[in-house]
Write a protein of this length. Structure first.
Lengths: 114, 112
C-alpha cells in the first residue's frame, strides 16, 4: 500500500497565486485532515472530513478550501496565497472517526509564498 | 478549548542517557492521548497512545502513562540511541469532536 500520498513535495508561489495541494489515500479511510506545521507552534488543523461529501473547519481555515468528492482524495486549495501561508502542510487520514484511532500522515508539502 | 503543553526543546543527550519529555493537557472530557514522532524529512508517525486513565502506552522502549490526576502524559525512555533523534509531539483527541490537538513539539538530538 502507498498509504497517504501528497503532491507536490515542494512549491514556491508568488503572493496572490492560487494552487491545489493534492492528497490521496488508498486505505479506504473514513477520516481525512489537513494540518500546517510552523516552528514553535506544532501542527494546527486546517480542515477535516469525516466522509465523502462532508467537510468542516479546523483551527486555522481562513484562506483555504477543501472538498471530498471521493473517499480517496482530499485536496487543499489556496485561493490567493499570502506569505503567512508559508509552511509545511501535512495530510493525514484514519480508518474511522473514532477519537482513539491512529492517524497516518503523508510526507508533507513544503510551501513558500514570496 | 482542549490544549496540550509540552516541554520546550531542543534537548541534546548522549547515547544511553535517560530521556523524559513532559506533556500536560487541558480537556473538558476524557480524551485519548498520543505521542507522535517525526524523523527528519518525514511525516509524523504514531509512537504510542493511551485511551483512558492509568493506561500505559509503550513502543520501541518508550513509555507514557495517562495520569488524570495530574493531567499529564510524560514520555520516557531509559536508554536512548542516535536513531531516536527526532521531533516528538504530544497530542490529544477530544471524544466530543473529530479534532486532534498537538503540542509544539520537542526536538531531541542524541549524540554518539
Amino acid at each position: 500500500n502507498a498509504g497517504v500520498t501528497q503532491t507536490p513535495k515542494f512549491q514556491v508561489l508568488k503572493t496572490g497565486q492560487s494552487m491545489t495541494l493534492q492528497c490521496a489515500q488508498d486505505m479506504n479511510h473514513e477520516y481525512m485532515s489537513w494540518y500546517r506545521q510552523d516552528p514553535g507552534m506544532g501542527l494546527r488543523l486546517i480542515h477535516y472530513s469525516v466522509g465523502a461529501g462532508i467537510t468542516d473547519q479546523g483551527e486555522v481555515p481562513n484562506g483555504y478550501n477543501v472538498s471530498r468528492s471521493t473517499t480517496e482524495d482530499f485536496p487543499l486549495r489556496l485561493l490567493s496565497a499570502a506569505p503567512s501561508q508559508t509552511s509545511v502542510y501535512f495530510c493525514a487520514s484514519s480508518r474511522t472517526v473514532a477519537t482513539n484511532e491512529k492517524l497516518f500522515f503523508g510526507s508533507g508539502t513544503q510551501l513558500s509564498v514570496l | 478549548g482542549d490544549s496540550v503543553t509540552q516541554m520546550e526543546g531542543p534537548v541534546t543527550l548522549s547515547e544511553e542517557a535517560f530521556l523524559t519529555i513532559n506533556c500536560t493537557y487541558t480537556a473538558t472530557g476524557y480524551p485519548s492521548l498520543f505521542w507522535y514522532v517525526q524523523y527528519p524529512g518525514e511525516g509524523l508517525q504514531l509512537l504510542l497512545k493511551a485511551t483512558k486513565a492509568d493506561d500505559k502506552g509503550s513502543n520501541k522502549g518508550f513509555e507514557a502513562t495517562y495520569r488524570k490526576e495530574t493531567t499529564s502524559f510524560h514520555l520516557e525512555k531509559g536508554s536512548v540511541q542516535v536513531s531516536d533523534s527526532a521531533v516528538y509531539f504530544c497530542a490529544l483527541s477530544d471524544p466530543t469532536d473529530y479534532k486532534l490537538s498537538f503540542g509544539a513539539g520537542t526536538t531531541v538530538t542524541v549524540r554518539a
